[in-house]
Design a protein around this ligand. Structure first.
Ligand SMILES: NC(=O)c1ccc[n+]([C@@H]2O[C@H](COP(=O)([O-])OP(=O)(O)OC[C@H]3O[C@@H](n4cnc5c(N)ncnc54)[C@H](O)[C@@H]3O)[C@@H](O)[C@H]2O)c1
Length: 251
């Protein structure tokens, strides 16, 4: 018996990085997963890897910024698996290009950032509401960031909005039996983050800003995600949890 037997999980940005790690851990715990990503090829590769390992997985092309595309992707998931119990709002734009003050960014980049990081969560959560309500409820986990605690860039503001959205959706969806929480990761060594950041910057975060002096791993975030999706957290909703090696600790 595993924690998510007969459950269906819809993971945005599921093709790589955190998203793929979330998919791998959820199937291991018994769930069927929907790998929803704008990168169709990578999503299909991830789903194929899971199916070849004997798990239930479906890749769906999905741009979370596009309300109609999201509705279509959710409908495909429901057709395939009968409903949705777990929604992981992980897809996000996060590279240095978006980690800039508003005055340094082309307005189209700001718009794209908020379309994905903020509207993406609204689109996907609303699209999944009935599919979750009809199963008697479920859980949503949003991926914020430690940047939300010092929101001096457009990215930080988008991720602070994710914390606020987590509270709003927890209220909005409570009567449907849906809990909504968020994770605020510190620097985690996904391929995309490491390719984007100079090694000296990564070292300075680990050595000078964290209390736990090792680079964060996807497993650190996976563990929190599994807790927030499980019945162990059945009394927890509307919260954002930092997973950052203690970077930095503010009240
Ligand atoms: N890696 C870190 O250190 C770190 C720290 C804090 C927060 N985060 C957040 O975690 C999440 C995942 O980070 P990651 O490092 O795994 O990123 P990543 O760039 O490796 O993966 C992101 C995935 O999202 C997909 N995606 C992008 N835009 C999309 C869209 N419009 N619709 C659907 N899918 C889309 C990409 O194709 C990709 O598969 C992001 O929300 C990021 O902001 C990451």
């Amino acid at each position: 018996m595993t924690r998510f037997d007969a459950k269906v999980a819809f993971v945005t940005g599921g093709a790589q990085g955190f998203g793929a790690a979330f998919c791998r851990s959820l199937v291991t715990e018994g769930a069927s997963v929907v790998v929803a990503d704008i990168d169709e090829t990578r999503a299909e590769n991830t789903a194929t890897e899971l199916r070849e390992a004997g798990f239930e997985a479906l890749a769906v092309h999905c741009d979370v910024a596009d309300e109609n595309a999201v509705a279509g992707a959710v409908a495909r998931a429901v057709d395939a698996f009968g409903g949705i119990d777990i929604l992981i709002n992980n897809a996000g734009l996060h590279l240095t290009r978006y980690n800039q003050p508003f005055s340094s960014m082309p307005r189209e980049d700001v718009r794209a950032l908020f379309d994905v990081n903020v509207f993406g969560i609204v689109n996907t959560s609303i699209a999944c509401l009935e599919a979750m309500r009809s199963r008697g409820g479920g859980t949503i986990v949003n991926v914020s960031s430690m940047a939300a605690y010092n929101p001096i860039t457009a990215y930080g503001v988008s991720k602070l909005t994710v914390r606020a959205l987590t509270i709003a959706l927890a209220h909005d969806f409570a009567s449907a039996g849906i809990r909504c929480n968020a994770i605020a990761p510190g620097l985690i060594g996904t391929d995309s983050a490491l390719a984007d950041l100079p090694q000296a910057f990564v070292d300075s975060i680990v050595e000078d800003r964290q209390l736990v002096h090792r680079l964060g791993r996807t497993d650190d975030i996976v563990a929190m995600m599994l807790y927030l999706c499980s019945d162990e957290s059945s009394f927890v909703t509307g919260e954002t949890f930092k997973v950052s090696g203690g970077t930095p600790l503010w009240i």
